[in-house]
Design a protein around this ligand. Structure first.
Ligand code: PMP
Length: 439
């Protein structure tokens, strides 16, 4: 059996996450809403893979499109050359850009991942400020508990302190405050009164550093990886106002929220707040082939092509707009359109919220947050072992046939957008049983 690798050495070829070593699990096949584990059990996918398999697993049309592309044009260099399918895909994306045609986010730059999209967006923002004579604006603002991938740009603007401590990060970065205080859980429950007030923290950073030093502010509209933190009403609107007032570009990191996760095509549409740049990845190819895209306003994007005076800017990846990923992406967007998946979350949101909120009142459950087809269930940590309780719930859910995600003592659920109501109830039941079982 070639399933679990040797664990004598701490060697994982794709992650530095120690939880795998603690209890190795292998997934060997997937179809529709289910994975197959290496012991043959079917496991309901409560996390859409990693927030990316929005149309469910094993979609034949994506596989066929990718296979056909691979056989006809497997690769083409992108620096001096182009290939039609990259333009086809970019144009398809531009036509469905976040915020609709009025938002004007219809320039697209193709990458291969969320981390690359973040780096690209930060570079575009800096290039734009320089191009409009605002070269002193080199500072970037992120947010505490923000997650923007693992590139140096992403960990620098990211709000995970341990990530920033482990490596040198970009200079000139600061972070918006994130008051995840259960007593005044501003992001958790969407308390309307705190939104605008919380966003005023950007004014604090403007006063501290001077607007003329700040290029851009990047936030996830809903922070996913760090525990499903939902902004209170008015928060994103006020951030937008403050950025506009001070000439700061606003970047929404929609790597998770993009492509229907909230029940609208993008969080930009869901909240009705238009940033200057949007980063995406994950659902763009239904998780099948690595791909990402940055959407930008025309003038902002085009600065990247100009470069500063006397310097020809170089940016682009060997695999930007890879033919295989573009083919998978086009087939994915066809499915989303044909099956109405980008708004299906809105139809299911009430059932989803109902099923998840039914878990309220169980021992250890301190907060439940839902938005679209996403849920965060927060458990009270064991004083002696933070994170352990949620991890045990994760383990027990897996044993019972459900894949969930945990971060600290927060459980995150976010199924493929094809999920049926019956499966929503099944997920809540399994999570409930697992929570009851942990001490
Ligand atoms: N930004 C956000 C908001 C994310 O959630 C993630 C991944 N979870 C990333 C960026 C990084 O994406 P990737 O892992 O594809 O580099």
């Amino acid at each position: 059996n070639r399933n679990a690798p040797s664990l004598d050495a701490f060697w994982m070829p794709f992650t530095a996450n120690r939880q795998f070593k603690a209890a190795p699990r292998m997934l060997v096949a997937a179809e529709g809403m289910h994975y197959t584990a290496d012991d043959g059990r079917r496991v309901l996918d409560g996390t859409a893979g990693l927030w990316c398999v929005n149309a469910g697993h094993g979609r034949r049309s994506i596989a066929d499109a990718a296979a056909h592309q691979l056989a006809s044009l497997d690769f083409a260099p992108t620096f001096q050359m182009g290939h039609p399918i990259a333009f086809d895909f970019a144009e398809r994306l531009a036509a469905m850009a976040p915020g609709g045609p009025e938002a004007g986010l219809d320039r697209v730059f193709l990458t291969n991942s969320g981390s690359e999209s973040v780096d690209t967006a930060l570079k575009i923002a800096l290039a734009y400020q320089r191009a409009i004579g605002q070269g002193t604006r080199t500072r970037l603002i992120g947010r505490e508990r923000g997650y923007h991938g693992v590139g140096f740009g992403g960990i620098s603007v990211g709000g995970i302190v341990s990530n920033r401590r482990a490596f040198p990060t970009l200079p000139g970065i600061d972070h918006l405050r994130h008051t995840h205080d259960p007593a005044r859980n501003a992001f958790a429950k969407g308390q309307p009164e705190h939104g605008a007030e919380l966003a005023e923290d950007l004014e604090r950073l403007v006063a501290l550093h001077g607007a003329e030093t700040i290029a851009a502010c990047i936030v996830e509209p809903v922070a996913g990886s760090t525990g499903v933190l939902i902004p209170p009403r008015g928060y994103l609107e006020r951030l937008r106002e403050i950025c506009t007032r001070h000439g700061i570009l606003l970047i929404f990191d929609e790597v998770i929220t993009g492509f229907g996760r909230l029940g609208a095509p993008f969080a930009t549409d869901f909240f009705g707040v238009v940033p200057d740049l949007v980063t995406t990845a994950k659902g763009i190819t239904n998780g099948t082939v690595p791909m990402g895209a940055v959407f930008a306003k025309r003038a902002v994007h085009d600065a990247l092509m100009q470069g500063p005076e006397g310097i020809e800017l170089f940016h682009g990846y060997t695999y930007s707009g890879h033919p295989l990923a573009c083919a998978a992406g086009l087939a994915t967007l066809d499915i989303y359109a044909k099956e109405g998946l980008l708004t299906r979350g809105a139809e299911l949101a009430e059932d989803w919220a109902g099923a998840m909120h039914d878990l309220r009142g169980r021992a250890h459950v301190s907060d439940i947050r839902t938005i679209g087809l996403v849920a965060g269930i927060e458990l009270t940590p064991r004083p002696d072992a933070p994170g352990k309780r949620a991890y045990e719930v994760f383990t027990d859910c897996f044993r019972r046939g459900l894949l969930i995600r945990v971060t600290g003592d927060i459980i995150a659920l976010s199924p493929p957008l094809i999920v049926e109501r019956e499966q929503i109830r099944e997920m809540a039941e399994i999570v409930g049983a697992a929570i009851d079982r942990v001490g």
